[in-house]
Design a protein around this ligand. Sequence first.
Ligand SMILES: Cc1cc2nc3c(=O)[nH]c(=O)nc-3n(C[C@H](O)[C@H](O)[C@H](O)COP(=O)(O)OP(=O)(O)OC[C@H]3O[C@@H](n4cnc5c(N)ncnc54)[C@H](O)[C@@H]3O)c2cc1C
Ligand code: FES
Length: 264
Amino acid sequence: MMVSLDKAPIVESGPAGPSYRRLRLKAPEVARSAEPGQFLHIRCAPPDRLDPLLRRPLSLHRIDPAGEWIEVLFRVVGRGTSYLAGLRPGDVADVIGPLGRGFPTDLGPGAKPIIVGGGIGVAPLVALAERFRGRGTPALVLVGAQTAAGLAALDVLGEAADELLVTTDDGSSGRPGFVTEALGERLTGEPAAVIYACGPEAMLQRVQGMVGTRRAYFSLETRMACGVGACLGCAVRASGAGPGYLRVCHDGPVFGAREVIIGG
Ligand SMILES: Cc1cc2nc3c(=O)[nH]c(=O)nc-3n(C[C@H](O)[C@H](O)[C@H](O)COP(=O)(O)OP(=O)(O)OC[C@H]3O[C@@H](n4cnc5c(N)ncnc54)[C@H](O)[C@@H]3O)c2cc1C
Ligand code: FES
């Protein structure tokens, strides 16, 4: 895997719905080698400051098929993401990437991709949906959020998906209820579906209980320090034999649904 340390100029910056921001960065080396599901480790301080010291992980939200730019989509929650929200075209971001293991996209004969996102969990799933669309096997995409304000990237997902189904817990947009209820209905009669999911822990636990014998992959988020497998700061419990813990930054962030204990 080729990983680059890049000074990536911002080419676009703006809100993405009421709760999120989107940055487009010119980063050809990352864009040419990245797989959906991989992430960037971004420095979130001005060049002359060391605080905050730790980089912040953000998923590759979109990967330019022509290999020039990448995008990230994020929720502003603290100092790092506030710094990124203040960047404007012409500013330069310091990024390391692409890091981690992405989503396996070999579907096998007759298999249909089903993508399930919750809240900001849609961030990496857009690159995945666009990859499937580019290959001529567009996915069924289900996205949910607590309220309409928590939905993001519906414009690009609508273009990329074979069919896009939206739910909100309070019914303020799309179908009322959890996205996993809609998933349960759509899985009936789809024994060969390959499921891809990213979202809050409770959502992933529910999806884990629904996959049955199907292939399924989850992208996990944990707090990270080094981002490259050295500090064990991002460990999650493995479910099978072998090492008791897996590192989200190095062994993931994408795992087979039976590889990890979600919330363990
Ligand atoms: C592999 C990976 C990919 C990610 N991709 C995205 C993405 O595409 N878009 C996005 O918005 N976020 C993503 N995250 C989460 C993102 O890294 C954190 O929101 C970010 O580090 C927060 O930094 P901060 O300095 O703004 O907030 P901090 O000051 O560090 O934290 C503020 C609060 O945010 C919450 N928080 C911080 N980090 C995380 C985390 N990793 N998971 C859950 N809650 C957290 C905590 O409640 C914390 O108290 C990803 C995380 C991982 C591990
Ligand atoms: S963040 Fe250091 S091992 Fe994953």
